[in-house]
Design a protein around this ligand. Sequence first.
Ligand code: CU
Ligand code: ZN
Length: 176
Amino acid sequence: MKIAFTLACCALLLAACATTSEQQGASAVAKLSAKSGSQVRGEIKLTQVGSRVRIAGEVTGLAPGEKGLHIHERGDCSAADAASAGGHFDSHEPKNWSTRHGGPHAADRHSGDLGNIVFDQNGKAVVNMMVGGIAVDQGPIGIIGRALVVHFLADDLKTDPTGDAGARAACGVIER
Ligand code: CU
Ligand code: ZN
């Protein structure tokens, strides 16, 4: 009887956990290809988690330190320098959303401003961030069909419109 009661309690606790944790939704992937003569490789998964998006994966092939990461407006990585991907994705949503460049958690930012990823001494960056203001769909704030871009330099999180992050070292179309 006591064991049954304990089991019932456990089941209730587990149910509570399941309903209060944020539900994982749609996911997409961006396979990065090297651009501008770099040796960058990587694959990043983008998963809807509640109202935010988890951006996670590994990128290799850049010098140690912080390098800018953005979602650019067009899912076109065909140009050798990835200029075909256009500028930073800016949804202008919600209305009156600022169009100035910023960090991933700034009130003033482009939707695609993801800040920096950090490369270690072996030239590897482990990416794992949660970002709001975007969604894994094709709606007004959707990122499907856009491009994920890694830069050669650090994003200073303020210089408008580029973050002064230098040339585009890798580009990958965000696809389901
Ligand atoms: Cu960029
Ligand atoms: Zn920006």
